[in-house]
Design a protein around this ligand. Structure first.
Ligand SMILES: [Zn+2]
Ligand SMILES: [Zn+2]
Length: 179
């Protein structure tokens, strides 16, 4: 069960000009991605939050958090350090001032007047994950035929020839290989 940290923002919604600072540790060893996989954390900062009353019923949440995840290279599966620098700024309305669901943040909504800090941070990490993870732009990946890491060793397999006449034959070959 993941630890929760909830901050109740009722006072911040109500009191004009009120500013509140919160500092929190991110207490997990791993980040659980939306894909259901967990990635080890190699370093992280504290979560810094500043919550300001904009006007009655409206707050601005600003903050920062740095985290470095170990994620597998898309081509060779070797662990790669993926630094993620979060700088966020989000406005929230209290329940009374929230109109339809359309007005709510499409990724994160408060739970009543509570900010669930780690849920919010996890969402922000998710939004900032790189779409491609490569150990290097020149990564040669793994040979699809023998599984050799081509960065370390040359293998003797015929490298794939992108000739359309060959594609069908290669498909059959690869399908048999998997059985
Ligand atoms: Zn790689
Ligand atoms: Zn090979």
């Amino acid at each position: 069960m993941r630890e929760l940290k909830r901050i109740n923002l009722t006072e911040e919604f109500l009191s004009e000009g009120r500013v509140r600072f919160e500092k929190s540790e991110y207490p997990f060893e791993e980040y659980s991605g939306a894909d259901g996989l967990s990635y080890p954390i190699s370093s992280k900062s504290d979560i810094e939050l500043k919550i300001s009353n904009v006007k009655k019923g409206q707050i601005l949440l600003e903050g920062s958090f740095k985290i470095t995840l170990l994620m597998p290279c898309d081509r060779c599966l070797k662990d790669v350090e993926v630094p993620i620098d979060l700088e966020f700024q989000k406005e929230f309305l209290d329940e009374e001032h929230q109109g339809s669901m359309d007005d709510k943040d499409e990724f994160y909504a408060l739970e009543g007047s509570d900010l669930n800090v780690f849920d919010f941070i996890d969402q922000e990490i998710l939004l900032n994950l790189p779409s491609k993870i490569l150990c290097s732009d020149e990564c040669k990946g793994i040979c699809p035929i023998c599984g050799t890491d081509r960065n370390l060793n040359e293998c003797n397999c015929d490298s794939f020839v992108p000739d359309p006449r060959m594609a069908g034959i290669m498909d059959i070959f690869m399908a048999n290989k998997e059985v």
